[in-house]
Design a protein around this ligand. Sequence first.
Ligand code: SF4
Length: 59
Amino acid sequence: MDRLADIWVCEMEQYREYDKFAKCGKCELKAWCRGCPAVAKGTNGDFYAADPQCWKEVE
Ligand code: SF4
């Protein structure tokens, strides 16, 4: 059985390519925020699409 900590640290690393995030990749808040990829996936079918809940305008 995998430990949750091992999954979080190792297996989830593939989802931490922050520059792939369409909007958050260009945002100065990406180190702290990055929106909710689950909502982006559920809304747009794309894990890396912009989170529709985001309030910030990013150029
Ligand atoms: S403020 Fe918006 S664009 Fe910036 S990191 Fe958060 S969700 Fe992404």
